[in-house]
Write a protein that binds this ligand. Structure first.
Ligand SMILES: O=C(O)CCC(=O)C(=O)O
Ligand SMILES: [Fe+2]
Length: 711
């Protein structure tokens, strides 16, 4: 399918005063609501005229701007105005060519390389599209150039770009030198740390056509550049905005100036002394804006980390050293990193901890299961007491509130106030020191993926006594009873004693849940979909009804119930009863019931970024394929090719047809389970690692870093 270019969309919206829905940003992002129009300081402008006579002073100005702003403009930089003009007219002429001509340089969708002509296809944060088309190609060093991505038309294109690259190199070398000198380092320290003469220069042309509603759309969503530094040539239409003191302010257009962005790699090598700048681009109602950023980035294999000269006891390394390609991979191979990725990292330095033990007192009523109460051994030797008992935590370091509001005042010496809200809207109480929510940008993230949400978790250990041939799976046998008897046929023995192959103590909290349920090995071939919901919200119910009229299903909850009443799961699947003598609660056999179906319908109450709740994870754990309606960025949280995202279909009929086809195609269906066999987890491992199960340690770590009561 051909991608629709923004340039084409812009010609049809020209005479209108609306834009397609997918370009309308949330209120948090809309430039009309978030641009600061009051008096604001200008981005620093640095004059490089006669700079060789005044190196110390220029180094100081550049260092100050890079620390305070992460961005500055330079004038009298030595690139002749004519060279820049030729670069600009060649680029502009290319974008004004007929569409077929531009499409010759289009990047194929499966092409991993970033070079080529294109439109940002994937929906970004908040699930919206950017109002821009672009062209990417390398311009330096010559060995990195791939001329197939360089337009043949206009004929002046190649010379204009080669000429610009040659001049630009001198400017970049000079800037990297000043950045080093500004930190009291040898002049070549930073350049060496980001790849020296292998530093790759990637040119991007951003083409932002006129937009009838510039107050609602964005040309480029907020991000920092992943490069070492970026040198940008703008045209005369203003549009670059940067964050300064929490406000979006405009970068002034200065004829012939170059705009220099500090990118993530310089932030890293400077160990945070220089900051990469958070910026975005807005668009114009009547005029086309074009910009020519050149991202100067390390070669992919280069390991980038804080310069050893800048690391000592008082300034521990704030960043891990990583190959640049791994850094890019983590930021999803785009040249821009949205500072908020979907999942929080849990890998900070141990030296950042200020306390060895932290106690958390959970206050008032909360949704947190009681069985989270425990004494935890965390990373870096930190211990963490998590309890609802004020007797056990008589001098807590932090108080955790969920459904109640923390005290409005906190004196030094009082415990910190943590506040948790896992509901879709995630409202802060306004009185907390630490905010816990499901979003990566909250102080502590808590996803719904852990086993504690799932109560009864299962494991399966083979009792089969047959021999094992080379190539067969290993046989693990577990006996946690006092006598610890081996089966005699296992390859790995799990017991409670240190001398067993794998020790499993009784100390974990998971052990104290209701244990063991059964998962069906067979799937129902006639009834395809499992559905259970007892809060019949109108929108969700409608959606479910529309889909389920097209597919055979069983609905066990109150909504659309078709199995003859409530609590029928055990009736239908008696093997799900663990203990026939006890009266189980619905969640005791939830996974077991689901496991009889190929598909489980999971619809979130609220559909916003990162709000992926236990409904989805229950289905995955039960060995079903979820049909999911919810967070637009759900793919960040689940194994690759493991769910059907219902929102990606153009109609319910199309979705139902897809599900039916899949049910009848064993190979295609098996592909949805490939991740389990092949261990291709994507982010899923991390999603689980960042769940409620590990919340105690992660919260305690944050408390310890802050210094607890002394902070
Ligand atoms: O067009 C601009 O001024 C900014 C573009 C940008 O930030 C980018 O492409 O990374
Ligand atoms: Fe950028």
């Amino acid at each position: 399918m051909e991608t629709e270019r923004v340039q084409a969309i812009a010609t049809t919206t020209k005479s209108q005063d609306t834009i397609p829905e997918e370009f309308i940003r949330s209120e948090k992002e809309q430039p009309g609501l978030t641009t600061f129009n009051g008096p604001a300081p200008d981005i620093p402008t640095i004059d490089l005229k006669n700079d060789h006579q005044d190196q110390t002073n220029i180094a100081r100005l550049i260092a100050n701007a890079s620390q305070e702003w992460g961005i500055f403009q330079i004038i009298n930089h030595g690139i002749p105005a004519e060279v820049i003009q030729k670069l600009q007219s060649a680029g502009k002429e290319f974008f004004e060519l007929p569409q077929e001509e531009k499409e010759k340089y289009a990047k194929a969708p499966d092409d991993k390389s970033i070079e080529g002509y294109g439109t940002r296809l994937q929906k970004e944060i908040e699930g919206k599209k950017a109002w821009a088309d672009y062209l990417f190609h390398n311009i330096w060093p010559p060995s990195s150039i791939n001329y197939k991505y360089w337009p043949q038309n206009p004929p002046s294109y190649r010379e204009a770009n080669e000429n610009y690259a040659k001049h630009l190199k001198l400017v970049v070398d000079k800037l990297l030198m000043y950045l080093s000198l500004g930190l009291g380092l040898e002049g070549n320290a930073i350049k060496e740390a980001v790849g020296e003469d292998e530093l790759e220069y990637l040119l991007k042309i951003n083409y932002y056509p006129p937009c009838p509603r510039p107050d609602l759309a964005l040309g480029v969503v907020q991000h920092t550049d992943m490069s070492a530094i970026t040198v940008l040539v703008p045209n005369e239409v203003q549009g670059l905005q940067v964050i300064k003191d929490d406000r979006w302010i405009n970068a002034k257009y200065i004829p012939n100036a170059l705009i220099i962005h500090i990118g993530d790699q310089v932030e890293i090598v400077s160990n945070g002394k220089y900051r990469s700048v958070l910026h975005r681009a807005v668009v114009n109602k009547d005029r086309t804006r074009i910009s020519w950023p050149v991202f100067c980035a390390p070669p992919p294999e280069m390991v980038v980390g804080p310069l050893p000269q800048l690391v000592n006891e008082e300034n521990p390394a704030k960043y891990k050293s990583k190959k640049y390609k791994d850094y890019m991979e983590k930021n999803k191979l785009s040249l821009n990193s949205t500072k908020v990725s979907s999942l929080q990292d849990f890998d900070g330095k141990c030296e950042m901890l200020k306390m060895n033990h932290v106690s958390v007192l959970v206050k008032k009523w909360t949704w947190i299961p009681d069985n989270l109460d425990n004494l935890y051994s965390c990373r870096c030797g930190l211990t963490c007491l998590w309890t609802k008992s004020a007797v056990l935590a008589d001098k807590p370091d932090v108080l955790l509130f969920e459904t109640s509001t923390p005290p409005s005042q906190r004196q030094k010496g009082d415990p910190l106030r943590a506040y948790m809200d896992l509901e879709a809207e995630r409202r802060r109480s306004g009185f907390e020191d630490i905010f816990v929510g499901y979003h990566a940008k909250d102080d502590v993230q808590s996803t719904y993926a852990g086993s504690l949400f799932h109560n009864n978790r299962n494991y399966y250990l083979s009792h089969e006594k047959n021999n094992r041939q080379k190539g067969d799976p290993l046989r693990a046998y577990m006996d946690l009873e006092a006598e610890r008897r081996r089966s005699g046929f296992e390859d790995i023995f799990v017991g409670y004693h240190a001398k067993d192959d794998v020790q499993s103590t009784y100390a974990g909290s998971l052990f104290h849940n209701n244990r063991n349920y059964y998962l069906s090995h067979e799937k129902n071939n006639n009834t395809l979909v499992y559905w259970s919901s007892s809060r019949c919200l109108p929108r969700r119910n409608q959606l479910a009804k529309k889909l389920l009229t097209l597919l055979p299903y069983h609905s066990f909850g109150k909504c659309l119930n078709n199995v003859g009443g409530l609590d029928m799961a055990l009736h239908k699947y008696p093997e799900c009863a663990n203990d026939p003598n006890s009266s189980p609660r619905w969640y005791d056999h939830l996974h077991c019931a689901m496991s009889h179906y190929k598909f489980v319908l999971a619809i979130e109450n609220t559909m916003i970024d990162s709000y992926v709740t236990e409904k989805l994870f229950y289905a995955l754990d039960a060995g079903a394929v979820p049909i999911y309606f919810g967070a637009p960025n759900v793919q960040d949280f689940v194994p690759p090719h493991s769910i059907i995202d219902g929102t990606k279909f153009s109609s319910t009929e199309e979705l139902a047809a897809y599900v039916k086809d899949l049910a009848n195609d064993p190979i295609a269906y098996a592909e949805y389970h490939a991740w389990r066999r092949c261990g291709v987890m994507g982010n899923y491992g991390k999603t689980r690692a960042v769940s409620l199960d590990t919340l105690p340690c992660r919260l305690c770590e944050v408390v310890s870093r802050k210094g607890g009561r002394n902070s």
